[in-house]
Design a protein around this ligand. Structure first.
Ligand SMILES: O=C(O)CCC(=O)C(=O)O
Ligand SMILES: [Fe+2]
Length: 343
């Protein structure tokens, strides 16, 4: 989008607020969960949005001033289960940012979610982690629902990102060994959680912009990482970029699929029961949510809950990258989108 072009900005705003346009565009990507299953749990999509939309989002993120970006960082104190990371993030941000997040929510319209924008400056990074974490969600009926992250989704926005700029997302569970993904402009990576990965330090001077977030499911779907678990053995120093022989790749993909299926089956049943005491949402509400097809419930997080969450984070920090939940709910955006659909 030409800088300062009012027309381009209007076109961008109109598109992100048009349910028919957004949903028609996303339709070509099919069912996200199915795609993940068909691709060994991780999916990469180039040219994810129309270029003028990607440009519009980038312009919005570039326009966020330094005061608004929050530093998200932790040292390497593994005793307290911290995970080294450092980058800037924003959950509320400028008007329109929620509209941007809403686009991504439509990849899984009936799921709860939480999205933020990120800016990694030079040296910004996250060490290996697997994204397991719980998030308190305030439901429409005023109850709190403890949710687990189930799918991660990251959308990259910096133009002309090259190998020399660093900041690669490294998939540490790729079938053939660690696989680097260049955070290329207008590309998306989504993967099922847990999955070990890291963000290599940004080495160039240009910021690495992204939208990142998670889809959430009610309940404790897994145990949290105690900090003792290590990332999968890195087979070699070299990171795999080249394709494996086809047969080997298929075997590996099948093995990952099988492993994921087993993981999901084994964690869901017992953990959902374990989640009951923390969930105040009515059984009916939960059932409906599980059946999908019912608009997600809003989940704005109150001040008090934010504090509790911060406190918990201090005591037992599990994952690096989720900023303190802000008032904006997981479900609200999708609900708003549904309203748009009716309009
Ligand atoms: O930005 C990325 O490539 C990944 C970010 C990430 O792993 C996280 O926020 O947990
Ligand atoms: Fe992550």
């Amino acid at each position: 989008m030409a800088k300062g072009s009012k027309h381009a900005r209007q076109r961008f705003r109109k598109w992100i607020n048009s349910y028919p346009d957004v949903s028609a565009w996303l339709e070509k990507y099919g069912d996200l969960e199915q795609q993940l299953d068909d691709n060994g749990g991780l999916l990469k999509i180039e040219n994810f949005l129309p270029t003028f939309v990607a440009e519009g989002i980038l312009e919005m993120l570039r326009g966020i001033d330094d005061k608004t970006w929050n530093l998200t960082a932790a040292g390497d104190d593994y005793v307290h289960n911290n995970i080294r990371h450092e980058f800037l993030s924003v959950k509320q941000g400028p008007p329109g940012l929620q509209d941007v997040f809403r686009i991504f929510t439509l990849l899984l319209p009936d799921s709860l979610f939480t999205f933020s924008a990120a800016k990694y400056c030079k040296a910004g990074h996250i060490v290996p982690h697997d994204d397991r974490a719980y998030t308190q969600v305030l439901m429409d009926d005023g109850s709190m629902q403890l949710c687990s992250r189930t799918i991660a989704c990251i959308y990259y926005l910096t133009h002309g990102w090259s190998e020399a700029d660093g900041g690669h997302l490294v998939d540490l569970e790729a079938p053939g060994g660690p696989q680097q993904h260049l955070p290329a402009f207008n590309s998306v990576v989504a993967f099922r959680i847990p999955r070990w990965h890291e963000v290599k330090p940004v080495t160039g001077d240009r910021p690495r912009y992204s939208i990142f977030g998670w889809f959430l499911e009610p309940g404790k779907l897994y145990e949290l990482n105690t900090g003792e678990e290590a990332p999968p053995q890195q087979h070699s120093e070299a990171v795999h970029g080249a394709a494996e022989p086809e047969q080997q790749q298929q075997h590996a993909a099948a093995a990952v699929k099988q492993k994921r299926k087993k993981q999901r089956e084994s964690v869901q049943k017992p953990q959902q029961q374990a989640a009951k005491p923390v969930s105040h949402a009515s059984a009916g509400v939960k059932k409906k949510r599980r059946q999908r097809g019912v608009p997600p419930l809003s989940n704005s997080t109150s001040e008090q809950q934010q504090q509790q969450q911060q406190q918990r984070g201090k005591q037992k920090r599990k994952q690096p990258s989720e900023p303190v939940p802000s008032g904006r709910s997981a479900g609200q955006a999708a609900v708003a989108m549904k309203r748009m659909a009716k309009a």
